[in-house]
Design a binder for this molecule. Sequence first.
Ligand code: ATP
Length: 299
Amino acid sequence: MSLNIESVTKKFGSFTAVDDLSFNIPEDQIFGLLGANGAGKTTTFRMMIGLLNPTMGAITWDGRPLTEKTSHVIGYFPEERGLYPNLKVSDQLLYLGRLKGMSKQEIRIQVKKWLERFKVPEYENKKIEELSKGNQQKIQFIAAVLHKPKLLILDEPFSGLDPVNVELLKEAVVELKREGTTIVFSSHRMEHVEELCEYLCILHKGKPVVHGSLKDVKRSFGKKNVTVYADFDLEYLQELSGVTRFKKVTEGAFLQVENEDVSQRIFEMISKKGFVRKFELEEPSLNDIFIEKVGASYE
Ligand code: ATP
């Protein structure tokens, strides 16, 4: 079973929100969809769950289109939260669980399990509006996973949560993956994507600009980061060919270089100059890649 997005385009009038997007998400994977505000992530998710129809192309799960009939397969955590403020947490979850075809008893078991897991068992009989925004978000997450979906779509699940709750949700996501759920999520926090995803796609103005496994994306970017701590002035390094970024820091400098050969040249050069306390070559971070692929065109 896998989710397949094939040459999907979505237009709103003459505006193209998603432009010829193709990717495949294999079963039990966590896939990250990244992009600046307005890049087309939510529109892509809405097409995945069948809330919007693609203008062109097709989205299939296990070879078949996703429709209302397959809604029990999907769990969706929307960016704009959709809970009824006046309902009690237990009633809200009962209602949503019934919509997904669950029995009352199964819902009760799952709600208890998840509220305990998220360390808020006392919220069962509270009204949604009595909860803080972050705690409402945890209830929204429970609503998305209650029926054990095969495909879980999370639109910015971690935004606005405190660090402890971010960890709770991340652990839940990893466990769901381990149990065989395919997960797609969007985030503006690169470190979350780096930590959780094996595959990712960066959308820019509706077009995929980077796509593949995290490892391949980093490898094909080519550039590396170098950290140097030394007891002599390093500023001359920024003039060297192959040095694409240079930042002075208290103990030395951070550099971005075109490839490993450049870092080797730098190492040889500075080791003749004096005492080097630290020389570290690192893969680029996803943040570096995002900034280069997307950031340059921010107005
Ligand atoms: P964010 O990170 O800010 O949530 P996003 O990547 O989720 O952004 P989308 O919400 O998918 O972006 O929006 C993509 C583009 O499509 C935006 O320019 C938005 O204004 C436009 N858009 C989305 N829905 C509609 C609609 N119903 N009618 C017209 N334009 C729309």
